[in-house]
Design a protein around this ligand. Structure first.
Ligand SMILES: NC(=O)c1ccc[n+]([C@@H]2O[C@H](COP(=O)([O-])OP(=O)(O)OC[C@H]3O[C@@H](n4cnc5c(N)ncnc54)[C@H](OP(=O)(O)O)[C@@H]3O)[C@@H](O)[C@H]2O)c1
Length: 295
């Protein structure tokens, strides 16, 4: 069978990095590699270890059109075609929406939602021409459930889910399959790379000053506390789905994913008020009301 060329975005750490290894290790029954893997990241030097381990590397910033085009040209020059595109690059910016720097909000939309569209517009035309291909978008349980202090991320991931569902209908007739990865909690650097400007909530004048510690806690514990799935385990599930002759429409992986999806269902369709009150308590927003009432 022909070796399939895969490009993965955001491979400097976490799920993307683990996915490159998982795909690189996939063999057919005769022991031949199923995939030729191109790992990408903003900083090429962050891919050095992957390169040393035999995975090809190309620089790609999904927020920069020139960088995406240079990446497309480099991969096509090296491999001649791309069969699978995995839109994995992503980031988080925690904080109450009203006081969040607008640049942080925009950066999250550009990375998590517009970035995948930029990649798809670059790579899908060749897939359409060849009449086959697979696009994998790494969405999140946050595409389904809305959490306080997470408006930027929620907006980007629910936007990406809509984009993914629309694309599936638009590309399927042309032979290109679209797969959603709905990720729960997975060990990665996403918390450490959170761009939250937490100091602003400690400064006088913030309406959220009384919960600055809670915001800091949220930012720091992201994907590091409670039940967390190792990135390698999630990557193996994604790689196995990609390797299937007929990849599924959607896979759910990561810790606490089913619980989060159930919460999202209850929030949207059954008991929105109950779920929102519970979440307010969980995130420390009920204290905010008490402090505001005393003033
Ligand atoms: N971990 C979880 O619990 C979880 C849950 C649901 C969904 N997800 C999603 O899974 C995906 C992978 O995240 P992760 O958890 O593995 O976090 P991670 O370890 O922080 O990895 C994110 C990757 O995206 C890259 N990236 C950020 N901005 C980029 C840009 N403009 N262009 C190209 N690459 C960029 C980062 O590169 P730099 O080193 O350059 O910053 C990094 O390689 C994300 O889409 C995330 O939203 C994660």
């Amino acid at each position: 069978m022909e070796q399939r060329v895969v490009i993965v975005t955001g491979c400097s750490s976490g799920i993307g990095r683990a996915l490159c290894y998982a795909l690189h290790g996939k063999m057919d029954t005769k022991g031949r590699k199923l995939f030729r893997v191109f790992a990408t990241a903003r900083r090429l030097e962050s891919l050095q270890k992957l390169q040393e381990d035999g995975i090809e590397a190309v620089a790609c910033d999904v927020t920069a059109a020139q960088s995406v085009e240079a990446c497309r040209a480099a991969v096509i020059k090296a491999a001649g075609a791309v069969h699978v595109l995995v839109n994995n690059a992503g980031m988080q910016a925690t904080g109450p929406l009203v006081e969040q720097p607008i640049e942080h909000f925009q950066m999250v939309q550009d990375t998590n939602c517009t970035g995948p569209v930029r990649m798809i517009q670059a790579f899908a035309p060749a897939m359409i021409k060849q009449g086959s291909g697979l696009i994998v978008n790494v969405c999140s349980v946050s595409s389904y459930v809305d959490l306080p202090l997470s408006a930027a991320y929620n907006a980007s991931k629910s936007g990406l889910l809509s984009v993914t569902n629309v694309l599936r209908m638009e590309l399927e007739p042309l032979g290109v399959h679209v797969m959603t990865v709905t990720a729960g909690v997975i060990a990665s650097d996403i918390g450490a790379k959170n761009v939250c400007d937490v100091q602003r909530y400690y400064d006088s004048g913030s309406a959220y000053g009384s919960m600055a510690d809670a915001i800091k806690h949220r930012m720091e514990v992201l994907a590091t506390s409670g039940e967390v799935m190792p990135a390698e385990e999630a990557a193996e599930a994604i790689a196995a789905a990609i390797a299937r002759p007929r990849p599924p429409r959607e896979i759910v992986t990561g810790a606490r994913a089913r619980t989060a999806l159930l919460a999202g269902f209850l929030q949207k369709w059954l008991w929105p008020g109950v779920v929102e009150r519970k979440m307010s308590r969980m995130f420390g927003l009920d204290n905010l009301r008490r402090v505001a009432q005393k003033q």
